[in-house]
Design a protein around this ligand. Structure first.
Ligand code: FES
Length: 74
């Protein structure tokens, strides 16, 4: 989420990155191997909010290399 915002891209959120809303989800187009593993917060949100596989909760992920993402509102 921070990397996207620093790049000037809008990221949906109603919890400001506290890992509550799941609105910051982004679809991973390429480079999923360059993202940190799913943490407990993201796993909980995936289950409770119905976040599909291939989509990550951006405020809970660290970017470790090149990644291409997309959202429905860009
Ligand atoms: S901004 Fe709310 S869960 Fe990521």
């Amino acid at each position: 989420m921070e990397a996207l915002l620093n790049g000037g891209l809008p990221v949906a959120s109603s919890c400001s990155g506290d890992g509550v809303c799941a609105k910051c989800r982004v679809q991973i187009v390429e480079g999923s191997e360059n993202l940190s593993s799913e943490n407990e917060t993201e796993a909980f949100l995936r289950e409770s909010k119905g976040v599909p596989q291939g989509t990550r909760i951006s405020c809970q992920v660290q970017v470790l290399g090149d990644v291409t993402v997309d959202t429905t509102y860009w």
